[in-house]
Design a protein around this ligand. Structure first.
Ligand code: ME8
Length: 531
């Protein structure tokens, strides 16, 4: 048997400084849709998410709650597991950086780095932003302070929060030696960073020159000890980035086959805030120890809240405009939630979200179009064909009709968008068929055809064309609406098609089963009423 190709996709591992929020859920659903889509197109997928549990930020959050860092992490981890389960996240693994596998891998990394000659001991004297877990030089801070007129206060150039002065002995990683190699990587793989405009930003940054980075700390102890210098703990990002390799067996002799099969990853999905770590530091770390570089880093934008004047503002608790995942689930249900964020926010760009828009998208696409189509077609089939799909002649699928024309090549067009995470476009491809099918009902008026027994074959064909369109759309919508699609297929007695691994073949016109039970069922997406 030929082994399926591997597709390895990851989300960032989230800090356990607070409960999961809409932004972390957005990134995780984005990755989940890709994982589900790839499973349906014949890949053996590994989808990883997890938690970033070390570092000063987590230690401070624990102290603020009178807990040890480990107790604090253990107390928050279930909230992440729960929300991912609720949101139908299909991850195959969940890594926590306090697990033994990560400690072993990070210590192995240190030894490999030392052997390769890319680390050295020095002393760090500069600024540190704890919320961002990022170092800044004197010059960077001065420049940002001047621009912001901070009146002598030193604030983080990225997030604007107060900085900490750090003066300590530290191990350094020779990042400065990787400028040319990184530029060569970007030249050879222009889609290493997606979308394009992010690739250009990364290149410009690297062209500006790279400095060695401090990768260990001595002023606190919540981290993985450096194996040959136990006064030092690993800088949280040097630890966190490695999680992607750890989870597929980096450094573990027992997992050598798995590592060979899975590594490098196909996609790291991250937010735009952590691009430099993933597109500069991470590939340089891998180059230093001679490991393969991941194929793509996809950077998504941030969720912004649309205010009353239609302007996008950052979602924040202090502005009082933060929306919690639970609020959205209460309004739209889990499937409506997934559909809204995946099809209405353009991946890669900042997304302006609002309750008004959520209701609009839900009602227009899910209640009035998709839900309504399924309900009308299934009802008519059950009503006119005695609770069944119509009995069909062998050649029924050869007959030309407007739906069949749209369905031809639909899976290929959809895949072209899905492969590059253009979900909004992929959704438009499917919706074209959904809308056409709704129009087809009006145009063909099955209720009048049904009145004339002489037109029974015509009626069977109309209903078959509708059901076949629904079958295809259910498959294509499955990554966004997994439960709904499974339910639609079950209602048409097509349970064996759920979880297909050959989407394109599955979407070829003509797969409908004739003469099998059809279940009407409840409305899939009841219309939201204006409050
Ligand atoms: O950075 N809109 O973890 P983190 C969309 N531990 N996405 C958002 C968002 C928003 N408003 N706010 C956050 C870390 N995110 C590190 C990662 S990986 C080796 C280590 C998402 O908990 C976005 O994907 O701060 C961002 O990159 C991620 O949450 C940061 O999560």
């Amino acid at each position: 048997m030929v082994e399926k190709p591997s597709f390895y996709i990851t989300t960032p591992i989230y800090y356990v400084n607070a409960a999961p929020h809409l932004g972390t859920a957005y990134c995780t659903i984005l990755s989940d849709v890709m994982a589900r889509y790839k499973r349906s197109t014949g890949y053996n997928v590994k989808f990883l998410t997890g938690l970033d549990e070390h570092g000063e930020k987590v230690q401070q959050a624990a102290e603020a709650h009178n807990m040890t860092p480990q107790e604090w992490c253990d107390s928050l981890a279930p909230a992440f597991h729960d929300i991912w389960k609720t949101l139908e996240i299909s991850n195959d693994d969940f890594i926590r950086t306090t697990e033994q596998r990560q400690i072993d891998a990070v210590q192995y990394l240190w030894n490999r780095m030392k052997e390769a000659g890319y680390i050295y001991k020095g002393s760090y004297d500069g600024w540190y932003c704890v919320p961002e877990e990022t170092y800044f030089t004197e010059t960077q801070v001065q420049k940002a302070d001047e621009e912001r007129h901070t009146e002598g206060q030193h604030l983080c150039p990225d997030c604007g929060r107060p900085l900490e002065r750090v003066q300590e002995e530290s191990w350094f990683f020779k990042l400065s030696e990787f400028q040319d190699k990184l530029l060569a990587l970007y030249d050879e793989h222009p889609d290493f960073v997606m979308p394009d405009f992010r690739m250009r930003e990364v290149r410009t940054f690297v062209e500006g020159g790279l400095r060695d980075i401090s990768v260990s700390r001595t002023s606190f102890d919540w981290g993985i000890p450096v194996p040959f210098d136990d006064k030092h703990v690993t800088y949280v990002w040097f630890d966190a980035l490695l999680n992607y390799a750890t989870a597929v067996g980096f450094g573990s002799p027992a997992m050598a086959d798995e590592y060979a099969y899975r590594w490098p990853a196909q996609f790291h999905v991250v937010g735009k805030d952590i691009i430099r770590f993933h597109c500069v530091i991470w590939p340089a770390m891998l180059m230093a120890i001679g490991e393969a570089i991941p194929e793509h880093v996809f950077a998504h934008g941030f969720l912004m809240v649309r205010d009353d004047e239609g302007k996008n503002v950052k979602m924040s608790k202090s502005l009082g405009n933060a929306i919690s995942p639970k609020d959205v689930i209460d309004l739209l249900g889990v499937e409506g939630y997934r559909y809204y964020f995946m099809t209405d926010c353009v991946p890669g760009e900042d997304g302006g979200i609002s309750y008004g828009r959520m209701e609009q998208v839900y009602n227009a696409d899910l209640a009035n179009s998709w839900g309504n189509l399924v309900s009308r077609a299934l009802n008519m089939s059950a009503k006119y064909f005695d609770g069944k799909t119509p009995e069909l002649p062998d050649d029924w699928a050869q007959t030309q009709n407007p739906l069949r024309s749209i369905a031809e090549g639909i899976a290929e067009r959809y895949c072209a968008s899905m492969d590059v995470i253009q979900y909004t476009q992929a959704k438009d491809v499917v919706m074209e068929l959904v809308h056409a099918a709704n129009h087809y009902i009006e145009d063909s008026a099955p209720w009048s055809v049904a009145k004339d027994p002489a037109r029974a074959d015509e009626l069977a064909l109309i209903i078959a064309n509708l059901l076949e369109s629904i079958r295809i759309c259910a498959h294509l919508l499955a990554p966004f609406l997994p439960s709904t699609s499974a339910e639609v297929l079950r209602r048409m007695s097509l349970e064996d098609e759920i979880d297909t691994d050959d989407l394109v073949a599955m979407c070829a016109w003509g797969g409908l089963k004739g003469g099998v039970t059809v279940t009407k069922g409840d409305a899939l997406f009841p219309r939201l009423q204006k409050k």
